[in-house]
Design a protein around this ligand. Structure first.
Ligand SMILES: Cc1cc2nc3c(=O)[nH]c(=O)nc-3n(C[C@H](O)[C@H](O)[C@H](O)COP(=O)(O)OP(=O)(O)OC[C@H]3O[C@@H](n4cnc5c(N)ncnc54)[C@H](O)[C@@H]3O)c2cc1C
Length: 339
């Protein structure tokens, strides 16, 4: 598939490598990538989790770190290989921290002869006062306690000051860690910087009009993570998939209605969920709060029904049951993502 390089609003063309595609109407939905708050020099030393390739690379790097530790004789190097830092205590950071703590302490137990994987240190570093900042206080507290029970060192109010190959300095403390995962910030696709005279926020997201069109360009819309929007009822629209899907539907309706009526988009908040680990999650639906096993079942159910096709749902469902009962995560073959 062609990668969009530039959007020429005045010429009504989308430019890809060697092609110029003319349009009558355009919907920009290029999503977001990891953002480093102006410290792009940190990026090469961190692992992100935005794409399938990122996920495969992350899996490989974690597995390789354990294999290298097993073959290593230097205690300091082993400690660094068995240390994982996750920067960012939002849902992504919490979910990764929980699963890596379980992976090292339970799934890997008995897999190595020389190292003890249960000695793995997993740090979750968050600049704000709490993890899962958008959740109610009791669910934030539960999440923190649960992570700590699982062996995660949760450091809140702790801003990363420096970061390089194999180390992080946060709140004055240096942590040696081979694996550094960045789940702290997002930035819009760099294509938005090619949009002449369109207002962008600090993260490069497009400040759209209430109907999701671009100021001065009624024929161009933007949707999803690439958008910075306070909706027609004054609610901040978060970067989550229900918002992206609702925006898509909203734009489709405008175009279907012959572009006459242009109501403002209103975000329907369906609630928030985050899984912490086995049998533990938090969920908040319009003030109704759930935690623990019940929230975990809700999380599983929601993520199952949104899979594409019944075959996938059934396959994943049985796979989950098998994993739950046996604690097995499948073959740990180390594979490379497409470079
Ligand atoms: C690890 C992780 C977990 C998440 N978990 C949840 C969750 O549990 N619940 C939830 O609601 N949300 C979750 N989200 C957020 C959710 O994935 C996003 O809000 C949603 O995908 C946004 O949809 P979008 O269409 O704007 O962008 P995307 O889904 O990112 O789609 C953008 C597409 O544009 C393509 N693209 C980018 N640049 C170019 C280019 N120059 N040319 C051509 N194509 C391009 C990308 O490859 C991508 O396919 C999660 C996000 C991450 C990273």
């Amino acid at each position: 598939m062609d990668e969009v390089k530039q959007i020429d609003l005045s010429g009504k063309r989308v430019l890809t490598e060697g092609h110029a595609l003319p349009y009558d109407y355009l919907v920009i939905a290029l999503g977001a990538k990891s953002g480093f708050f102006g410290r792009n020099d940190w990026e090469p030393f961190t692992l992100g989790l935005k794409t399938l390739d990122d996920a495969i690379t992350l899996r490989r790097r974690v597995l390789e770190a354990f294999e290298r530790a097993e073959a290593c004789d230097d205690p300091a190097a082993i400690a660094s290989l068995l240390s994982i830092v996750i920067v960012g205590g939002g849902p992504t950071g919490v979910e990764i921290a929980g699963s890596l703590a379980e992976l090292s302490r339970v799934v890997f137990a008995g897999d190595f002869r020389r190292i003890d994987p249960s000695k793995t240190k997993v740090y979750l570093i968050e600049a704000g006062p709490d993890v899962l900042a958008t959740f109610p206080q009791d669910l934030r507290q539960y999440t923190r306690e649960r992570l700590e029970t699982m062996g995660v060192t949760v450091k809140t109010g702790c801003r990363v000051e420096e970061l390089g190959k194999g180390y992080v300095v946060a709140a004055g403390q240096r942590i040696e860690a081979e694996t550094i995962i960045w789940a702290a910030g997002v930035e819009a696709s760099s294509v938005t910087r090619t949009l002449a005279e369109v207002p962008l926020d600090n993260c490069g997201r497009i400040k759209v009009l209430p109907d999701l069109s671009l100021p001065g360009h009624r024929e161009v819309f933007a949707a999803g993570d690439i958008v910075n929007l306070t909706d027609a009822e004054g609610k901040r629209v978060p970067g989550v998939s229900p918002a992206a899907m609702q925006m898509g539907t909203h734009i489709a309706r405008i175009l279907n209605d012959g572009d006459r009526d242009r109501p403002g988009y209103v975000y329907w908040d369906k609630g928030s969920m985050a899984t912490i680990g086995r049998s533990a999650a938090v969920a908040d639906f319009a003030g109704m709060r759930f935690r623990g096993l019940i929230a975990w079942f809700m999380w599983l159910f929601v993520h199952l029904i949104f899979l594409v096709g019944m075959r996938n749902r059934v396959t994943v469902f049985f796979h989950w049951i098998w994993s739950y009962l046996t604690w097995k995560r499948g073959a740990r073959i180390i594979i490379r993502a497409e470079e």
